[in-house]
Design a protein around this ligand. Structure first.
Ligand code: ATP
Ligand code: MG
Length: 241
């Protein structure tokens, strides 16, 4: 399978604190890659670095063969990060979703079509005019999802997109994740605490422990024959942290 993003020898420290240690990882085009690990392991930090929000202390990032140095804007336009707690602008659902297209200077007609299509994918069609702040939590998260996919990113980075949702909304978001991958070929990296979710949607899995990527494996591999004893303990919920 073709590689989309390659991360080599990546390290990240905040002051004296080392948060990510020597991460080597290749994200393949079109896959759903789940990033799991205990709270504080470094998942969000890694996603922010992948999204080029944060510059690592050390290491190389290559998106589609482009090195991060000098190509930041070009690369950032092709990916999207959905935050753990997405910001909701005090505006209509339509305007919230259209934001990323407007800043790209796209024409009005195209914006309308793309917003409509994104809202349709997340099951919020007909809610265009509603004030975004009046949406339920599940709807708000789906709106944020629409905003993240509205400009057709090649890579979608999701930071615990279902953490605070009820099972019905979790199922809806998982449907959306699978659908945009199959309909648009979008590559997805999802940080999650939800192990059953990993079983439901992931192709491959990476386990972060204390800033170290201890194992990267297929979903089948990681659940049936993990290579690292700590992976097994974490997946069984036996890890004390
Ligand atoms: N800007 C920062 N300055 C200092 N320390 C930070 C900063 N951002 C993150 N950290 C630290 O880095 C470590 C990893 O944090 P991170 O948010 O990446 O973990 P996580 O795996 O996403 O956890 P969770 O599952 O709780 O979201 C934590 O110890 C956190 O306190
Ligand atoms: Mg996090």
């Amino acid at each position: 399978m073709q590689e989309l993003f390659r991360i080599e020898n990546l390290c990240m420290a905040f002051g004296e604190k080392e948060v990510l240690r020597n991460i080597n990882l290749t994200i393949r085009r079109g896959e759903i890659f789940a990033l799991i690990g205990p709270s504080g392991a470094g998942k969000t930090t890694l996603l922010r670095i992948l999204n080029l929000f944060e510059k690592p202390t050390r290491g190389n990032l290559k998106f589609n063969g482009l090195a991060n140095e000098g190509e930041i804007n070009n690369i950032r336009r092709r990916m999207s990060l959905l935050f753990q707690t997405p910001a909701i602008f005090k505006a209509s659902v339509f305007d919230n979703v259209a934001y990323g297209l407007r800043v790209r200077g796209i024409d009005k007609m195209t914006i309308e079509n793309k917003v409509k299509s994104a809202l349709n994918i997340v099951g919020l069609e007909g809610k265009e005019a509603q004030k975004a702040r009046t949406l339920s939590a599940g709807e708000a998260q789906r709106m944020a999802f629409a905003r993240a996919i509205v400009y057709d990113p090649e890579l979608l980075l999701l930071d615990e997109p279902t953490a605070n949702l009820d099972p019905a909304n979790v199922a809806k978001i998982e449907e959306v994740i699978k659908r945009i991958r199959s309909e648009r070929g979008t590559t997805i990296v999802i940080a999650t605490h939800n192990i059953p979710q990993v079983r439901r949607i992931a192709d491959r899995v990476g386990i972060l422990l204390n800033g170290e990527l201890i194992e990267v494996n297929t979903k089948e591999g990681i659940f049936m024959a993990p290579e690292d004893a700590r992976s097994e303990a974490f997946l069984k919920g036996e890890m004390i942290y």
